[in-house]
Design a protein around this ligand. Structure first.
Ligand SMILES: Nc1nc2c(ncn2[C@@H]2O[C@H](COP(=O)(O)OP(=O)(O)OP(=O)(O)O)[C@@H](O)[C@H]2O)c(=O)[nH]1
Length: 288
């Protein structure tokens, strides 16, 4: 970019010089009886073209374009020479117009090939950008979602906590009962399916964006104050996994913008433990 700015500056300086030369040439020639306006015009274009070529050489990689441009300039030079030398003296002078036209065509073709090459490069870059964006979106998704259940993870829960609690002010904390037993009895893969089924029921109840898996068999969800009774909610969430002998403890805590998310989660966690401890039918004591 700085190079181009420098180039524009140099072009301006060259143009001023050309006009200066042309002005002096005109002033001088006006006093001559056989002044050729045509020569003056040809000199001007030759000066401008060669100046631009000289300036562009460091920036132009396309040899065809430079060759075309060069050929055009030679045509212009022959045009000027034509005014001073007669055709019979130098046969090449009759090709001035042809050389200009050939130079012009080669320049056009050089530009076309340059545009096509650039377009190919731009297409490649666009493909790379799209791939990168896709990869970034995937990485962002993986960083914020639990790979097993597909719902949000602990990190996502705390990052969106304030935003979600503004919309849904009651925090639910869920912990499966006797999940370890189900794991031991039916195998780890069934345990995985239980977690998936539970997550599916949870998102059905609370919505995809409001549920998170924050530990092995621990989940949180954001809901409204007017939600159904906890016993109904428990039955609903256990419907698909009840057959494996797992239960569900639920704790709740009202969110408060003055409190830290950690504190609110801790309150909901304590409430969940009270629920777990209050269970009369348990196959074994907790944390065994
Ligand atoms: N299948 C499976 N098991 C997991 C996964 N993550 C954690 N666990 C298991 O989940 C169990 C959680 O432990 P606890 O909460 O003590 O198990 P629990 O039997 O529910 O205990 P209580 O809550 O007291 O009833 C452990 O046995 C872990 O190995 C997982 O991704 N898949």
């Amino acid at each position: 970019m700085r190079d181009l700015k420098g180039m524009h500056m140099a072009v301006k300086v060259y143009l001023v010089l050309i006009w200066l030369v042309v002005g002096l040439f005109t002033a001088w020639k006006l006093n001559q009886p056989n002044f050729y306006w045509e020569t003056f015009e040809e000199l001007f274009w030759f000066g401008l073209t060669t100046s631009l070529i000289a300036l562009s050489i460091p920036y132009l990689k396309n040899k065809l374009l430079l060759f075309g441009w060069g050929t055009y300039s030679i045509g212009l030079l022959l045009d000027i020479a034509d005014d001073f030398i007669s055709d019979s003296d130098f046969i090449l002078l009759i090709f001035d117009t042809s050389l200009k036209n050939i130079g012009f065509l080669i320049t056009c073709y050089g530009m076309l090939s340059m545009i096509l090459t650039k377009r190919e490069v731009i297409n490649q870059l666009n493909t790379e950008i799209k791939q990168r964006e896709k990869l970034e979106a995937q990485l962002r998704y993986e960083a914020n979602h639990d790979p097993l259940t597909g719902i949000g993870n602990r990190k996502a829960c705390f990052e969106t906590f304030n935003e979600l609690s503004d919309k849904q002010p009651l925090l639910f904390y869920f912990d499966l009962d006797d999940f370890k037993q189900a794991n031991d009895k039916y195998g780890h893969h069934v345990g995985d399916n239980i977690l998936r089924a539970f997550s599916a029921s949870l998102t059905k109840q609370f919505g995809d964006d409001y549920c998170f898996r924050i530990g092995g068999d621990e989940f949180v969800a954001f809901g409204g104050d007017n939600d159904q009774a906890l016993s109904t909610l428990r039955d609903c969430l256990l419907e698909q996994i009840f057959e494996y002998g797992v239960g569900l403890s639920i704790g709740t805590a009202k969110t408060d913008s003055k409190e830290q998310p950690d504190t609110i989660v801790q309150r909901a966690d304590s409430s969940m433990y009270s629920d777990k401890d209050s269970k009369v039918v348990r196959t074994r004591p907790r944390h065994q």
